[in-house]
Write a protein of this length. Structure first.
Length: 268
């Protein structure tokens, strides 16, 4: 078991938080008993979550590599960034071009406490952290404008976060509001949980967990609903696919197996 973190009165240790649970699944140490309990409960219902957590980190590396490399993007708005780990967005982007500028956004006080680790980038570029919720896009855009130039292309990164925004909270409207001020040539890169492999059994497990209030409610979305986030954008090949199948690294044993996570990159 991980050593207990130093207590911070701003951090509610009685309620599990997605960023800390994700850190637990990734094998990190920044989580509390309530996060481990909820994480274990979810893993019981859906054992593949640990593999998906780790596969999503590889996906981030491939997507940022594409955006900073082939697509030539030099600005990134990463919302729901979670706790620092190996190869964060700024590390990946500034490895391609040291002048890249990255703004991170999260609403967990523990992530805020680690912001200094997120902000260590190249002197030629810029990294900044905003304490805000995805559900407040206007606040995010206003704060991000202090670091990013909205006259130049920006990559909006929503990696594993939109499932926590329920349909009643208008997730499609939130994404549209975030994309609206970004210029032509900007990108949306995202992934989120789905039921493409496990099917109804995963839906039932997720509904049961949501009803238990043991963890933040999460919405699984199929390809059609995921496609709604890319309305008006030009999907980059190979389109909306399992997170393992988006431009995978060469493998002599053939293409990797699909998992219950869908992703895509779209150009404005």
């Amino acid at each position: 078991m991980a050593d207990e973190l130093e207590f911070d009165p701003q951090i509610d240790t009685s309620v599990p938080h997605s960023a800390r649970m994700w850190n637990y699944w990734l094998g990190g140490k920044d989580h509390y008993p309530v996060d481990r309990e909820a994480g274990d409960q979810f893993r019981e219902a859906f054992p593949d979550i640990v593999a998906i957590a780790r596969l999503s980190r590889h996906l981030l590396a491939r997507m940022v590599g594409y955006l900073a490399g082939e697509a030539g993007v030099r600005q990134f708005l990463d919302i729901g960034t979670g706790l620092p780990t190996v190869d964060n967005t700024h590390t990946l982007a500034q490895r391609v071009d040291p002048t890249a500028r990255v703004v991170y956004v999260d609403n967990d006080p523990l992530v805020l406490a680690h912001a200094r680790a997120l902000l260590v980038g190249t002197p030629e570029g810029a990294t900044h952290y905003i304490d805000a919720d995805l559900r407040d896009p206007d606040r995010i855009l206003e704060a991000a404008a202090g670091t990013l130039d909205f006259d130049r292309p920006v990559a909006l990164m929503l990696m594993g976060i939109l499932g926590y925004v329920q349909e009643s909270e208008d997730p499609y409207g939130i994404v549209k509001r975030l994309l609206d001020p970004l210029p032509r040539g900007s990108y949306l890169a995202m992934w989120d949980g789905s039921n493409v492999v496990t099917g109804p059994a995963l839906d039932e497990a997720q509904e049961s967990l949501n009803a238990s209030a043991a963890m933040p409610p999460y919405t699984l979305r199929d390809r059609e609903r995921m496609a709604g986030f890319f309305h008006g954008l030009e999907l980059v090949d190979p389109g909306i696919v399992s997170i393992t199948l988006w431009r995978p690294d060469p493998d002599p044993f053939g293409p990797p197996a699909e998992v219950d996570g869908l992703c895509g990159v779209g150009r404005k």
